[in-house]
Ligand binder design. Structure first.
Ligand code: WTA
Length: 663
């Protein structure tokens, strides 16, 4: 019981002593040369980034580090390169040829295999496969400047497809495998993708996700798509699929038809698009963040190297799905640019049992684990017996990302997974930032549970008030970035104006993160969550407007407001307040229908936990929905000031039906 988050009396007592975790002696030794990174970077950030750019391969050297005309950045001006060369060729054609690049584990258990099916791709294998895939993709009409959508399970071919697109100079847009057909269609159309790469299915918690079927539905409404390339992952006997002749091609047929010779990488300008990745914002429409080649690769390579202290014999496991930015930067580009060995796991952390992660760590002797606080909180609930069953002595460093980590979870992770010896890097960043920006450096930073600590070298993070002035130490405000950084998103695909408006207008000249933060007396940064209508549910970013649009697209719904409520495991959960259309009687069946409707419109991650029906939504006199009030109601708090409401009776009505406060 002592490891459930609620019975953490002992942990709280420890916290009151303000536990600090200095770097362990062994690591402090590896910090040589790093501590002064901060100093050097602060003194001359551009020289620092130029030095970092030396870590990747350039076909033509850049002539200028940065061209900055707020908010338009051009990094490594004049340089040309190909991302797949730095991530694959230079290792495959050098000393790392036979080193494992990707160690993949499938979800279903295989008898006698200590877990699931295993595939190991050396850098040599990866080189061969990326070249074959690039030939195949080119044969389907894709060339430099085109876009390719990738909707794949967590299999090596997802990374191979990304790198093959990069090799051709085509931008990929990876769509998370949990998204529904409508969400796929919107992203494919917005990006203008000509090709969609998918699979017959993928395993998740014992089920087969019907990826191909979702794509087939989506492409009914995507006039620009000429081909669909389909990987056979689960097989004909598990999930038969019928390809559409002329449009659909099997991955294995297309790759087998490719010539055996390498495909000459297409050298592109440093600012050439590498990928577009859609993320939720404050409007109903997801934003396509555009990342370009040179700066992104420099930023992800340098951060992977220093934040995770990557060494050649490490086994690095980032548990994120390739459908999210964490999968892009720290499962594919960053670690591969470093020539690291990466673990990739297809399925759910609790399948077939709750020790699956620990089994994988033991099996491959994982030395660095990078995962989400939500996962850690679930593991805490499962108890310490599960990790105790496995030998995790190879672990030497732990990381977290995606949401604030509560100190109890931090300490549990430190003690029960890291055996008390592994430093934890709590890394703050965003789809927009492309790379980790606020983080400890292992071996350098003394950590405090729950704080992401300090900005990465070369990054100028600040906490400001409403007027953009820095707040004194010990106070809170908005997290901003004062200087550009190489991996920053360059724009919103097709919408420069919204890019400027969303990120660069609130505080002129500063990048507005949308997050609140506090700096303590010693300058440590503590993230406080979003200050806009973006929610963070189990580490996934969800815009309230997106879910509201999905709800009102149902014929029974007149109006809807979606809010986040505190949730012990997921951090936040979704609650929806719904006004039914005239003549519709709300009941449990309708609530279930609406939850399902959201899941089939956006994806299961956006399904509300709770639906509250109300005759009207509480609004201010200026017709703004009072979300704070809805949160108070959903979380059962005593209601705050309702004097600006147009109709206080509305609140009384909701409260009467749903009030579960103790008052
Ligand atoms: C939140 C994920 C606290 C934050 C890489 C940010 C965090 C949003 C942390 C970006 C952290 C991410 N501590 N909050 N260590 N990391 N966040 O785009 O609100 O999916 O703005 O990128 O997640 O989510 P995104």
């Amino acid at each position: 019981m002592s490891d459930t988050p609620s019975s953490s009396g002992m942990i709280s007592a420890l916290l009151q002593e303000e536990r600090r975790f200095p770097p362990p002696p062994a690591l402090a030794a590896t910090a040589n040369g790093k501590a002064d990174l901060y100093e050097r970077a602060a003194k001359d950030p551009l020289a620092f980034w130029a030095e970092m750019a030396g870590g990747i391969d350039w076909a033509t050297p850049f002539t200028k580090v940065l061209d900055w005309n707020v908010p338009w950045a051009k990094w490594f001006v004049g340089g040309t390169l190909n991302a797949s060369v730095s991530c694959v060729d230079r290792h495959a054609l050098g000393a790392r040829r036979n080193k494992a690049a990707l160690i993949w584990e499938g979800e279903p258990h295989v008898a006698g295999n200590l877990g699931g099916e295993t595939r190991v791709l050396t850098y040599g294998d990866l080189y061969r496969e990326v070249n074959r895939a690039a030939h195949a993709i080119r044969a389907l009409g894709i060339e430099k400047g085109d876009r390719v959508a990738i909707y794949m399970p967590m299999v090596p071919e997802a990374a191979i497809a990304m790198l093959a697109c990069a090799r051709l100079g085509a931008a990929h847009t990876v769509i998370f495998g949990g998204f529904a057909p409508e969400a796929i269609r919107d992203r494919v159309n917005d990006s203008g993708a000509k090709l969609v790469i998918t699979a017959d299915g993928g395993y998740r918690r014992g089920n087969v996700i019907p990826l191909y079927d979702n794509v087939a539905k989506a492409v009914e409404g995507t006039p620009g798509v000429t081909h669909v390339l389909v990987l056979r992952r689960v097989g004909e006997s598990v999930r038969p699929v019928t390809l559409t002749p002329g449009r659909d091609v099997w991955w294995h047929d297309a790759l087998d038809a490719a010539p055996p010779t390498p495909l000459e990488p297409v050298m592109v300008d440093a600012e050439h698009p590498l990928y577009i990745l859609y993320t939720s914002g404050t409007t109903g429409k997801p934003k396509g963040m555009l990342h370009t080649t040179g700066g992104y690769l420099v930023g992800t390579m340098a951060s992977a190297k220093y934040v995770f202290d990557l060494k050649d014999d490490d086994v690095f496991w980032c548990t994120a799905d390739v459908g999210w930015v964490t999968g892009h930067s720290y499962l594919v580009y960053g670690p591969l640019a470093n020539g690291a060995t990466c673990v990739m796991y297809e399925g759910a952390p609790d399948w077939p049992d709750k020790d699956r992660f620990w089994q994988i760590i033991a099996k491959y002797r994982v030395s660095i684990l990078y995962t989400a606080p939500t996962a850690i909180r679930s593991f805490m609930r499962f108890g310490t017996d599960y990790p105790k069953r496995h030998d995790m002595s190879a672990l030497r460093l732990l990381g977290t990302v995606g949401e604030p980590i509560n100190p109890e979870a931090w300490i549990w992770y430190h003690e029960n997974i890291g055996g008390g010896r592994c430093p934890i890097v709590d890394t703050w960043w965003q789809t927009e930032t492309g790379m980790i920006l606020i983080t400890p450096l292992p071996g350098v930073t003394t950590t405090r549970p729950g704080s992401a600590t300090f900005a990465f070298p070369g990054i100028d993070a600040d906490v400001v008030d409403e007027s953009g002035q820095s707040v004194p130490l010990g106070s809170g405000g908005y997290l901003v970035l004062r200087r550009p950084w190489p991996a920053m998103a360059r724009t919103l695909w097709g919408d420069d104006e919204r890019f400027q408006q969303t990120y660069w207008s609130r505080f002129p000249g500063l990048y507005f993160t949308g997050d609140g933060a506090r700096r303590d007396e010693d300058g440590y940064i503590w993230l406080l969550g979003r200050v806009d209508d973006v929610l963070n549910v189990a580490g996934h970013r969800i815009g309230t407007m997106e879910v509201e649009s999905a709800l009102v697209s149902h014929p029974s719904v007149a109006e809807a407001a979606v809010i986040g409520v505190a949730h012990e495991i997921k951090g936040q959960a979704l609650a929806a307040f719904v006004t039914p259309r005239f003549g519709i009687t709300p009941d449990d069946a309708l609530a279930d229908t609406l939850k399902k409707h959201v899941a089939t419109t956006i994806g299961a991650i956006a399904r509300p936990d709770q639906i509250y029906f109300t005759a009207e939504l509480p609004k201010t006199r200026s017709a703004k929905i009072m979300r704070r009030l809805l949160r108070d109601i959903a979380e059962g708090r005593v209601l705050g000031d309702t004097t600006t409401l147009t109709d206080p009776a509305v609140v009384a009505d909701i409260r009467e039906r749903y009030d579960h406060s103790e008052a």
